[in-house]
Design a protein around this ligand. Structure first.
Ligand code: NAI
Length: 446
């Protein structure tokens, strides 16, 4: 049987595409060598959020006095947190399998290899069987990058995020190499559970891809909590559980967690000899088409923005294109929200201050929201808007404070639709909510 669509990889890109094409009445086969759900569900977003939620409950219980609550003898059981995480993941993975089965999508377990292609068909082998499809969508994701630092490879003291998430035991202390998104989320987890944490970041600030206001806010907050943050610092070598810095200083910890980015997974695609890559990632156009006819790619393997919600949107665009859906859709890369689950949370969408000429930034503390003050003792938070001075369009929004993750979508909507300040002022926000800080900041701008 020839399928309309073969998908390699069952993460957010792969399962979104499978469901969408199946719903449109097309025959779909999806190959997955591990569990459905990919990095996000199994070893990324969901397990980290499950563990972080437990750690934050513990942190809140031990800091409850500021809300007039005394909790004595508070303790945590990390193995119970891990068990809960596993149950959460299993539940969600089973849900995805069920949804795909409801749509009669064929799911094949195993590592798929592309064998050959023409302009009208692709041949794939998996678990001893051969499959033909008109279109191929490559959604093979990414893996942790381990940099070529002497002593780091095959060192049992060195973890990547997957090993850290799976570990039944907490490290006694940890050095995190890389103060990016993954590094800061693990720093939050371990610090909340009382584990000594050191962060080594090569760039001058943590979370360097986000607006500077975010690192300016979080660096003193984490330092005050005891996290040792070393910026503009490189690791030159690792010996057992000792890290040697470019200054010559040596630091020791029980575990060394490497969080210096991820690289596209491109195994099994070797037969596509003419497939175009850029820095190890598959090159795609605005419709997720590769340079080879009827071959598309979506998600981390494209190296664009490694976020689950970008992957699923890319998959929708790819399938829309295969189905020749009208109107033709593209991805609005200028309005992709991102959230980092630090404590407090940070969330961003659009451009940073200084990224574009003709824009100016306006910042208010989140304490302009009554709800924020009621629920975030000791925090000031912030909301920064980047606005086009001439058109008054909202170009970027940057938030620090709980629960930014829950209302950055409102800001994304404004940036995506090109809302101007006068247009945004017509939107009514429910009171009392922390989201009102968006309206408050807009109102402050003359
Ligand atoms: P990242 O690119 O966010 O951060 C890596 C950091 O490591 C950078 O700040 C870089 O300067 C630093 N670095 C690189 N080499 C170094 C060295 N030798 N010594 C010291 N520092 C070094 O990558 P990360 O944190 O590994 O995340 C990978 C991807 O996963 C990202 O695209 C991220 O957006 C995504 N992700 C998203 C999450 C979310 O949306 N909440 C959660 C976790 C991951």
């Amino acid at each position: 049987m020839a399928y309309f669509l073969a998908i390699i990889g069952g993460g957010p890109a792969g399962y979104t595409a499978a469901e969408q094409a199946s719903k449109a009445g097309k025959d779909v086969v999806l190959f997955e060598q591990n569990a459905l759900g990919g990095t996000c569900l199994n070893v990324g977003c969901i397990p980290t959020k499950s563990l972080l939620y437990g750690a934050k409950q513990y942190y809140n219980a031990t800091h409850a006095q500021r809300y007039g609550v005394t909790a004595e003898n508070v303790s945590y059981d990390f193995s119970a947190m891990q068990r809960r995480k596993t149950i959460v993941v299993r539940k969600l993975v089973a849900g995805i399998r069920q949804r795909l089965q409801n749509e009669h999508c064929t799911i094949v377990s195993g590592a798929a290899t592309v064998v050959s292609r023409t302009d009208t068909s692709v041949t794939i082998q998996c678990s001893g069987q051969t499959y033909e499809a008109e279109n191929l969508l490559i959604c093979t994701g990414s893996s942790s990058f381990i940099p070529p630092i002497p002593g780091i490879q095959d060192n049992p003291a060195v973890w990547d995020s997957t090993v850290a998430l799976d570990s039944k035991e907490l490290p006694a202390s940890v050095i995190i190499i890389g103060g990016g998104v993954i590094g800061m989320e693990f720093a939050t987890l371990y610090n909340a559970l009382g584990i000594p944490v050191t962060i080594i970041e090569a760039l001058p600030r943590i979370l360097a891809t986000l607006d500077e206001c975010i690192s300016d806010y979080l660096t003193p907050v984490y330092t005050k909590r005891g996290v040792d943050i070393r910026t503009s610092t490189k690791v030159t070598a690792v010996e057992d559980n000792t890290v040697i810095l470019d200054s010559g200083e040596q630091l020791q910890a029980d575990k060394i967690l490497v969080c210096v980015g991820r690289r596209a997974n491109i195994q099994g695609l070797e037969a596509l000899t003419d497939l175009e890559y850029n820095r190890g990632a598959i090159v795609v156009d605005d419709f997720m088409r590769t340079n080879l006819k009827n071959i598309y790619a979506a998600g981390d393997v494209t190296g664009k923005i490694m976020l689950a919600h970008v992957a699923s949107r890319q998959a929708e665009v790819a399938v829309g294109r295969m189905l020749k859906q009208i109107p033709v859709q593209r991805i609005a890369y200028n309005a992709i929200p991102s959230v980092v689950y630090t404590y407090p949370e940070v969330a961003s969408v659009g451009i940073s201050e200084g990224a574009l000429e003709g824009c100016e930034a306006h910042t208010l503390p989140m304490t302009y929201s009554g709800r924020f003050v009621a629920e975030n003792e000791g925090e000031t938070g912030l909301c920064k808007l980047v606005v086009n001075t001439k058109s008054q369009a909202i170009m970027g929004v940057h938030l620090v404070g709980n629960p930014s993750s829950e209302f950055i979508a409102a800001a994304s909507f404004a940036v995506r639709m090109g809302y101007t300040l006068p247009e945004f002022r017509q939107v009514v926000f429910p009171h009392p909510t922390v989201a009102e800080i968006l309206r408050e900041t807009v109102n402050e701008i003359q």
